[in-house]
Ligand binder design. Structure first.
Ligand code: DX5
Ligand code: ZN
Length: 222
């Protein structure tokens, strides 16, 4: 099965004093989703933004909002994020006690459900969820900050997950998050990635639209 390649700029590196214009720039560059990193200073050592910003984004773009929850007890906030306009919600395997119930809650409330795993978390820990999940988010940096370097052993993990997906004909998307840039995106694509999150490579570049197009062109051939 050929799945679309999706570019998801992460607004973690965007200029928040001009968010609307920054979103327009990635839209012009053909961005497919907007990736939103929610951090609480507890699960990760950084704080970002919450549902109010998702609500504001919902008013300025029609693109799917891909919400990555790096917070303690994410199950308590899912309803609020979906009310505000989240289309995809990813929760961390390392934090959620009852993954199945939380995934069911996300789906029941009308969003797509994802599971995120940190660089040191193995695929085996989520194997039983693969038949029913919409998306697996492989962290290729330790979560918390933008602009870090891609952890190379993530490639092996993407390949391993993609092999399982092909073997059993599963439908989930494979998303990779952290350190993606024009130098490594093709290799990540060939390994089996469908959704490419990029913050620093897009928003800290000289031309946001051009960088988005460039990343998209580098994956579209695979
Ligand atoms: C890190 C976040 C990422 C981050 C990626 O915790 O989950 O989404 O924004 O940013 P870059 O592309 O700068 O590594
Ligand atoms: Zn993220």
């Amino acid at each position: 099965m050929i799945q679309q390649k999706i570019i998801a700029p992460s607004i973690l590196s965007a200029d928040f004093s001009n968010l609307q214009q920054q979103i327009r720039s990635v839209e012009l560059g053909g961005a497919d989703w907007i990736h939103c990193d929610i951090m609480d200073g507890q699960f990760v050592p950084n704080i970002t933004f919450g549902p109010l910003v998702i609500k504001a984004l919902r008013r300025i773009t029609k693109l799917p909002l891909d919400v990555h929850l790096m917070i303690k007890t994410p199950e308590n906030f899912i309803e609020r994020f979906i009310e505000c306009g989240a289309n995809y919600i990813s929760i961390h395997q390392e934090e959620v006690v009852n993954l199945n119930a939380t995934i069911n809650l996300i789906k029941k409330l009308g969003a797509n459900a994802g599971i995120a795993i940190n660089p040191e978390t193995k695929i085996e820990t989520i194997e039983n969820l693969l038949p029913s999940i919409d998306l697996i988010l492989i962290m290729s940096v330790n979560p918390g900050f933008g602009g870090q370097s891609f952890i190379q052993h993530s490639i092996q993990k993407i390949k391993e997950l993609n092999e399982i997906k092909t073997k059993f004909n599963f439908n989930f998307l494979i998303e990779v998050d952290g350190g993606i840039c024009k130098k490594n995106i093709s290799e990540i694509s060939v390994a089996g990635c469908n959704v490419f999150v990029a913050g620093n490579a897009i928003f800290n570049s000289d031309n946001i639209s051009a960088s988005t197009i460039e990343l998209k062109n580098l994956v579209s051939n695979y």
